[in-house]
Design a protein around this ligand. Sequence first.
Ligand code: FPP
Length: 225
Amino acid sequence: MSNRPSHIAIIMDGNGRWAESQGKSRTNGHERGAETVRTMTTFCSDHPEIDRLSLYAFSTENWKRPKLEVEFLMKLLERYLKNELPTYLDGNIRFEPIGDLTHFSKSLRKVIDTVQNETANCNGLVQSLALNYGGRDEIVRAANALRESGPLSVESLGNALDCPYDIDLLIRTGGDHRLSNFLLWQASYAELFFTDTLWPEFSVNELESIIKKFKTVERRFGGLN
Ligand code: FPP
């Protein structure tokens, strides 16, 4: 028996440290990070055993960063989505944002909507970008949406989340061992892999080797084997 990495989620950390190590600006690290996003998305889209790739692109806490860095990240996201529309369509990749999008500028929301609508009929990989996303915020929004509907259950609340899909494999780059408010509910039975590699240097080879290890893990979901 080998596990199927149907839903892979990644906390993409280390752009800033990578840039520093190269004597470059943090924004340059984010640019390189966006290239890694494209590489990983294409890799996952070429592997039919992977159905969903969820990437932590901007957290509810990232607004605390310096204004110029936040502005740069917003522009980078907008540019990425605009430029990558052909990649989504050619690869039959559906784009599904998660998070509270109401805080973004009109122009960014328009691009998000366009890419989501244009790719709505793609039925290959689902690439989900977490944008102004926080796991706690997602759970509170879902609970609020259901507050008139009687007692909650694990199923009803789970289905009301932005992302109602359990994670199989969760990877964090950049050396830290924490979840940082990413997909808290969905990570309940995820296999966690941490690597010191900084996100701009994360490679297809490393992802392949993590998937290989993941396939051999015994997953018990609280039961016995
Ligand atoms: C963490 O690096 C990275 C982020 C703030 C989020 C991820 C953003 C990208 C990969 C770039 C843009 C994404 C898309 C989808 C176009 P960090 O700045 O926290 O690195 P550090 O811990 O080394 O400072």
